[in-house]
Design a protein around this ligand. Structure first.
Ligand SMILES: [Zn+2]
Length: 142
């Protein structure tokens, strides 16, 4: 019994803990008005700037230990977009984002891969995920 229990604890993060992790992150980065919705999608996640909704792939409904890194990077990446949307206001951020896409296309580059907002959001995720993993582990959430 206890063996199976500890296996489960180690291999999965419960949905409750996952939700708590997300809510702690949103609060920390002062974007707590962002709503989170799980849906079936091709990408890992998407920040819908029109509705202020962080759409998260159903692949993260329950999180396996092996997914912790990609999950945290994904969430932090989208939070970074939400922070920009808050700073500029969603309308202006959307305009700035679209201008950046057009600029990259005009330069013969990739509208996402070379997009400065995407690069910034990805760097933010890559830089912060370990700090949060250590903290959430210490707090017993992971
Ligand atoms: Zn992005």
């Amino acid at each position: 019994m206890s063996y199976i229990y500890s296996m489960l604890v180690k291999e999965f993060i419960s949905e409750t803990n996952r939700n708590q992790v997300i809510s702690i992150l949103l609060k920390h980065y002062k974007v707590e008005s962002v709503k989170v919705k799980t849906k079936s999608m091709k990408d890992h996640a998407h920040f819908n700037v029109d509705t202020g909704t962080l759409e998260l792939s159903t692949r993260y409904k329950t999180i396996k230990t092996s997914q912790v890194k990609s999950f945290l990077i994904t969430i932090l990446h989208e939070i970074n977009h939400a922070m920009d949307a808050k700073t500029f206001g969603w309308k202006l951020f959307k305009e700035k984002y679209e201008m950046e896409m057009n600029l990259q296309i005009a330069n013969g580059k990739d509208e996402y891969k070379d997009n400065k907002y995407e690069i910034q959001a990805e760097e933010f995720g890559q830089k912060m995920w370990k700090y949060w993993k250590t903290k959430f582990k210490k707090d017993g959430l992971m």
